[in-house]
Design a protein around this ligand. Sequence first.
Ligand code: PLP
Length: 424
Amino acid sequence: MIRRSTDSVPASDSPTTHLLPSVPLLALDRQYEVLREEIRDAINRVCDSGRFVLGPDVTDLETDLAKALDVPHVISCASGSDALLLALQALDVRPGDEVIVPSYTFFATASAVTRLGAVPIFADIDPVTYLIDPNDIARKLSPRTKAIVPVHLFGRTADLDAILPLAAKAGLPVVEDAAQSILSTRGDRCTGGLGDIGCFSFYPTKNLGGAGDGGFLTTTRDDLAKSLRLLRVHGMEPRYHHEVIGINSRLDTIQAAILRVKLPHLDAWTTARQTNATRYRELFTEYDLVGRIAVPGDDPAGRHVWNQFVVRVQEGSRDDLRAHLGRHGVGTEIYYPIPLHLQKCFTHLGWAVGDLPETERAALQTIALPIFPELQADEQRTVVARIAEYFGASAVPKATDEQGGLKAPHFLRRAVGKADDVRC
Ligand SMILES: Cc1ncc(COP(=O)(O)O)c(C=O)c1O
């Protein structure tokens, strides 16, 4: 049975909205409730075996994933962040090299580059899909470019039809940051099998989430698969012989055992996410919100797996809307409030406000709504009704510039969520 919170709402609410339940951004307990016994059995089995690092569960998971994604090689590791680091290491990214990445993404996409002493070169995004803009990639290629890292953000495949030929022409490898896109496709191929290496995350908010950290890499290239397997175990082969300097990045056996319980459900969970996305679009139309809110569309060129459902509102109203939803128990998140090129730790790279206009605008205007597979239709109606209620109450957004667009850097002044909040 699906449990839902029915926290009380303020007494000032109208009789209709008063009855609306609260809606979490993500409810992992609902998934666990269904799989509890199987997951506990899997954990017990690993504990009884006494094999906690790698082992048959990890190998079997890698085999199952390779089958599900139709790729020849899957190499599990300790996190999606490590997957990115290992991928760039396997491609011999070194100090002084440049790697083209989006700025509108989770931090790990760029930090993997800097951890190898290389320089992230940030490219802007397409304003409709929020995905890295191939034209900006083309503009930012240089003789120092060593790799391109498109991110399949929010579960939608980056424009690889444009990026792969661009990379091939420049003789560059493509590392797909597929942390949010497991089972998404371009044409009939899954992300992770399109570029040279795919990097995935098992972080609990992902479509296939573990009970902690974990990740994996995919590749169609035998040479890279061999390097990646070596790099994740300190470059050690045979035991205590190190030809290259790797890291310790193995997937815990307990995680693998839990993920093996979950993997058979991933396709159905993905379909449920797609159903929820369609339902949101219908509800936004029903509530006449389409002019006020930019709602994300399906991917006409492949399967969108909806890790997040991110809508855009006019500059100046996003944070008020979020506060309104929060007051009424609707969970939301901002992915991502500060673009990476404007993060303090990257100040030395010399980027300034205005350098990536679409990225900066998205950081100010977007908000993620609940989309998880177990979300109920009436909960979605609540989310949209609360949004309609907000716009009904404040027809004129507060602080908009003439273009309804970017207002200089107030995201730099804004408080950001705690690091241990749910994030992606
Ligand atoms: C786009 C992206 N890249 C990389 C990562 C890093 O993955 P992890 O948290 O498993 O290290 C994440 C998520 O966490 C992500 O969303």
